[in-house]
Design a protein around this ligand. Structure first.
Ligand SMILES: C[S@@+](CC[C@H](N)C(=O)[O-])C[C@H]1O[C@@H](n2cnc3c(N)ncnc32)[C@H](O)[C@@H]1O
Length: 430
């Protein structure tokens, strides 16, 4: 079957569904476009041999794909968490939405090399709704372990969840649905399908102008419930781009935060290239925090997140940069290797790029262990965890990472002729 035929098959099934039941929520549309078993974006990409949505040949970059230092710094953070828990003889890390499994591989390799004590007790379970073929990533989410002591971690999982879309009309919150009219998928507006959407937006109605559009991720409740079922004692680390609600639902973001990525081009038209482009929305960290708190977790830190730049700086990314510099000076690394490593590591804290991602940290049952502190260095700072540890390098990693110097413009011009900036992608500007 050709690609065109297979994608029109997904479109046809959506059309049949709309013909039979009427317009569908955007959430149902996005679910099909991203996760339809046969022709959704993630299953299709993962079935193509050697193809991945992430990296130079894919549609976007993520922190794990940029440099193994991301996994190494998280390994050091996990090691501290394990010690905070009293160094138990089992410590399980469950990664949700692990994608190609690069993060787990980097964490594990760094632990193998640098952290012998935790190496004896750690199990790392990478899971994904759509696991790549022939990988160690587990796809049967119903088999997620329960009662874990350790950490549940995710990077860019929540932004990939289907969202409902709303619009402000005549001072009310209304919902945007997807219909099929005149041979085209179109938006239609009706009452909200779930009162939770209005409940989240209504406090901001006074400041939102007529026609304001936004998104609400109703799946965060289920996500927090499954985190809670999985983790009996330990930490939850949630990394993604997004804001607290008052920053998310602001007049400055008139069209909402929905973004589509296709081969490093950006658009806001989610009704095009169905099944062939990625669709994401910024994460509402107020809801992330709230859903975990009602499940009995405690938040670490004053706000519901810190910037990734701050998080990695607290752990000691500066030590890794100095280490690469020193190994270049003494000839252990060539200049070209060193440049690539410095670019990759630097990209993780770029204030105009990945550095403005957010990290939320929560814990449960940690402080009860002999009065040990539940705090973690990534969030609250303290002595850097990289002291006495060397930086990982791109050439030393067993999995391929993006070579950012060879792909200096991570996003190119889209068909409408606009060049997206990191500000447009992740920033404060709409
Ligand atoms: C943007 S990708 C990020 C992949 C990887 N974490 C990274 O940083 O490169 C989002 C991933 O989340 C997965 N995903 C979406 N919803 C999920 C769910 N409910 N449970 C587990 N994985 C999910 C998708 O299949 C996809 O692999």
């Amino acid at each position: 079957m050709t690609e065109t035929m297979s994608h029109s098959d997904l479109e046809q099934r959506l059309i049949d569904r709309i013909d039979e039941h009427g317009p569908i929520t955007f959430e149902a549309f996005m679910d099909a476009a991203l996760y339809d078993d046969r022709h959704g974006y993630y299953p299709s990409r993962r079935r193509q041999i050697g193809s991945t949505p992430v990296g130079t040949d894919g549609d976007y970059f993520t922190s794990p794909s940029s440099h193994p230092a991301f996994g190494a710094l998280l390994a050091l953070q996990l090691d501290e968490m394990w010690r905070n828990l009293g160094s138990p003889d089992e410590f399980t890390v469950v990664e949700m939405g692990a994608g190609d499994g690069v993060l787990g591989s980097d964490v594990y390799e760094y632990i193998e090399r640098e952290l012998p004590a935790i190496r004896e007790v750690i199990s790392y379970i990478a899971t994904d709704l759509v696991p790549p073929a022939e990988s160690t990533v587990i796809g049967q989410l119903s088999l997620l372990p329960l009662g874990v002591k350790g950490c549940v971690i995710s990077n860019e999982l929540l932004d990939a969840m289907p969202v409902n879309r709303f619009i402000v009309q005549a001072g009310e919150v209304r919902e945007i649905y997807v219909d099929h009219q005149g041979g085209k998928f179109v938006e239609v507006i009706n009452d909200v399908s779930d009162p939770e959407i209005s409940a989240r937006v209504e406090p901001f109605l006074g400041s939102l102008p007529e026609g304001y559009r936004g998104e609400a991720n109703l799946r965060l409740r289920n996500w927090a419930d499954s985190v809670s079922a999985t983790l009996e004692r330990g930490y939850v680390i949630t990394i993604d781009y997004g804001y607290e609600r008052p920053e998310l639902y602001t007049p400055a973001r008139l069209g909402g935060s929905l973004r589509c990525y296709y081969q490093h081009t950006l658009s806001q038209n989610a009704l095009a290239r169905i099944g062939r482009q990625d669709i994401t929305a910024h994460v509402d960290f107020t809801t992330v925090d709230h859903m975990l708190l009602v499940n009995g977790f405690e938040r670490i830190g004053k706000r519901s997140y810190v910037a990734q730049r701050q998080f990695l700086t607290n752990i000691g990314i500066g030590g890794f940069l100095s280490d690469i510099g020193a190994r270049t000076m003494n000839g252990q690394l060539s200049r070209s290797e060193s440049q690539e490593d410095l670019a990759g590591i630097g990209s993780l804290i770029d204030p105009g790029g990945l550095g403005r991602f957010k990290v939320a940290a929560h814990s449960r049952g940690v402080e009860s262990d002999g009065g040990r502190s539940q705090a973690i260095t990534g969030i609250v700072g303290g002595s850097p965890l990289t002291a006495e540890h060397s930086a990982p390098t791109l050439d030393g990693a067993s999995v391929e990472h993006a070579r950012l110097l060879r792909a200096s413009n991570p996003f190119s011009q889209d068909q409408s002729g606009t060049m997206p900036t990191w500000d447009e992608l992740f920033g404060d500007k709409p």
